[in-house]
Ligand binder design. Structure first.
Ligand code: UT7
Length: 334
């Protein structure tokens, strides 16, 4: 039966590296606090004027080259981001402007935050299964640094995030044993305000005013402990769900790529699931949390370092703002 597989990958992070020590010059924090609580050592940040679609363009070009394709071969763009270039139109359209080779193919943004890439892969797989599209560019790209409060007021959130982009190309396969084997998607809007950016508002005239700016409502707000508490069980639930749907066992998984929000979350999930360290990918030390870009960056790096190879059973899972959580299981084919 026709379904999909990933045939090319690429990523890009901007060259500027900002260490924990650099941040401790801007706010009351320390390298020790950040490393102990999260595992983060540094993150990459854009220069002013660079948006998510700019990072996405380079990641997309690399993924296309890896797949041996050009933009003209792609028939759908799916762009996952919580940091779009503009309120509207979506960043997929901005990317299309920057890469004219896409012509007038459909360009879709999705707003599933840390879970965005997994949702995007599931959407792409579904479009390919029904025969609607054949070569889909799936991107996760984020520019967090321009929207974080780098003062002591914002330290609980600002130290966690970095900028970056990852992209994959998805194409059809008829081979039941390879490609996307299954996915599980969930959301719980009840907790929308546990991790969110209140402003600009969609229901207030003018969308933003001086008081909102002074209250810091243009910056993300997070109840870190609540997010942490929900993340670990939700990760495990959706991993068990996708394993159940596909009739696979956790011991069969060759590589686990979790969303990188906190190494303590990753370790807790791996321990509960009985996954040994050597099967678990962590790059949070170098990039921090790049939300929708995290998993495709991890996928590309895992190919580069040889941990992900043709035939590997790859499990990806994520949890984030919304709340949203999701998993995807695939047999790697390139
Ligand atoms: O990707 C989206 C999903 N996001 C997540 O999954 C994040 C989940 N949450 C977490 O990862 C953790 O909750 C954090 C890393 C955000 C925080 O770790 P924590 O162990 O839960 O710390 P806490 O929030 O309980 O804060 C402990 C202390 C507080 O001080 P008091 O009240 O004990 O005096 C904070 O004010 O640490 C303080 N603190 C900081 N200190 C130095 C908060 N941020 C910082 C900071 N530097 N950057």
């Amino acid at each position: 039966m026709r379904h999909s597989t990933i045939i090319g990958t690429g990523f890009y992070v901007p060259p500027q590296v900002v260490t924990n020590d650099d941040l401790s010059k801007l706010m009351d924090t320390s390298d020790a606090w950040i490393q102990e609580r999260t595992g983060i050592k540094q993150r990459h940040m854009v220069e002013d004027g660079i948006g998510s679609a700019d990072l996405a363009k380079i990641a997309a070009e690399r993924a296309l080259a890896d797949a041996g394709l050009t933009a003209a071969d792609i028939d759908l763009i799916i762009f996952a981001t919580l940091s779009p270039d503009f309120f509207f139109p979506g960043s997929a359209c901005i990317l299309q402007k920057k890469m004219p080779g896409f012509g007038t193919i459909p360009a879709l943004d999705i707003r599933q935050q840390c879970t965005g890439f997994v949702y995007a892969v599931a959407i792409a797989d579904s479009f390919i299964r029904v025969g609607a599209y054949s070569k889909i560019l799936v991107i996760g790209a984020e520019v967090h640094s321009v929207g974080l409060d780098y003062t002591t007021r914002g330290r609980d959130v600002a130290v966690l995030f970095g900028d970056g982009a990852g992209a994959v190309i998805m194409a059809p396969t008829e081979n039941e044993a390879e490609g996307i084997l299954g996915f599980a998607l969930h959301a719980e809007g009840e907790n929308y305000d546990k991790l969110w950016v209140p402003a600009p508002y969609g229901n207030i005239r003018g969308r933003v005013n001086q008081e909102m700016i002074e209250r810091g409502e243009l910056f993300p707000k997070m109840d870190g402990r609540a997010v942490f508490r929900h993340a670990v069980p939700r990760f495990c639930e959706c991993i068990n769900e996708v394993l159940g749907k596909t009739g696979r066992k956790i011991e069969e998984v060759d590589l686990f790529i979790p969303h990188q929000a906190n190494d303590r979350i990753t370790h807790a999930v791996a321990e509960r699931m009985g996954l040994p360290n050597e099967k678990v990918v962590s790059n949070i030390a170098r990039y921090a949390n790049t939300t929708a870009a995290t998993i495709p960056i991890c996928i590309h790096e895992s190919r580069q370092d040889g941990r992900l190879k043709k035939g590997s059973l790859l499990l990806c899972a994520a949890f984030g703002s919304g709340f949203t959580w999701a998993s995807v299981l695939m047999r790697w084919t390139v």
